[in-house]
Design a protein around this ligand. Sequence first.
Ligand SMILES: NC(=O)c1ccc[n+]([C@@H]2O[C@H](COP(=O)([O-])OP(=O)(O)OC[C@H]3O[C@@H](n4cnc5c(N)ncnc54)[C@H](O)[C@@H]3O)[C@@H](O)[C@H]2O)c1
Length: 253
Amino acid sequence: MKRVGLVGCGTIGSRIARKIRDENLAALDFVCDLDPARAHSADPRSQVLTDLSMIREHSVDLVVEAANAEVVRAIALDVLERSDFLPFTLTALQDDDFREAVRARCREAGTRLIVPHGGILGLDGVYDGRSVIRVVTFKTTKHPRNLGLAPDTAGVVYDGPTRGACVQLPRNVNVHAAFALMGVGFDRQRSIVVADPSSKEMRHEITVTGPGIEWRLSIASTPTGEVTGSYTPESAASTVARVLGGTYDIVMA
Ligand SMILES: NC(=O)c1ccc[n+]([C@@H]2O[C@H](COP(=O)([O-])OP(=O)(O)OC[C@H]3O[C@@H](n4cnc5c(N)ncnc54)[C@H](O)[C@@H]3O)[C@@H](O)[C@H]2O)c1
């Protein structure tokens, strides 16, 4: 049975821990959160860590992150020296030097950084079609509270390359980062973020074009956490299960 470590036990992380435990998918070796009570309630049987530096003392096959961009920056290279890494916070990877260091570490160590589709759909399509795709526009509309902005903020709060959106709104555009990372990159993908005080949902509208290609994806969910929509915890837990090889019959490529 594979050994897993989990960093961040909030909306997404706690759902992942429950799935691993309920379906006996792996041995959850440690759960790490700044709040030990939160980590303990995510999985009472795992060792609780509150300090990121303690992760390196644990030998696991996979580390799953559901915390924030600073955590990804702090642990990615160290984790990838010894195990695969599945981060749900992908905005940190907009930094070319950091991303290249991650790639080099994976090559040296024979490990992988695994990118989940998280709250959106179409990551498989953009990845497999990235050599022919020309233009990607990714528009997200949320209530300003779910963007960490004053409740009366209205209108476009960002319009430009995805790289800048990752810097300006690192907690809110992880799906943009995932799509750019697996698609046309952080400079060629355009991100638009709109604050709408009347919105009760989080909506992502993605258009992808290229020779003979035109996709329009519209994905909406209601907020469950401060930044996370209702689909993401379920999607995240199922992705972890898939990565752990939970299903052995008919599987998605
Ligand atoms: N990829 C996607 O589709 C997608 C979608 C939604 C959210 N996200 C991202 O996933 C991450 C988790 O989202 P969430 O809604 O579960 O957030 P959350 O705020 O509910 O949980 C984050 C947890 O991380 C913990 N944490 C913060 N700093 C830490 C540190 N230094 N060490 C250990 N623990 C730490 C917090 O205490 C908290 O329990 C966020 O970065 C969010 O932006 C990604």
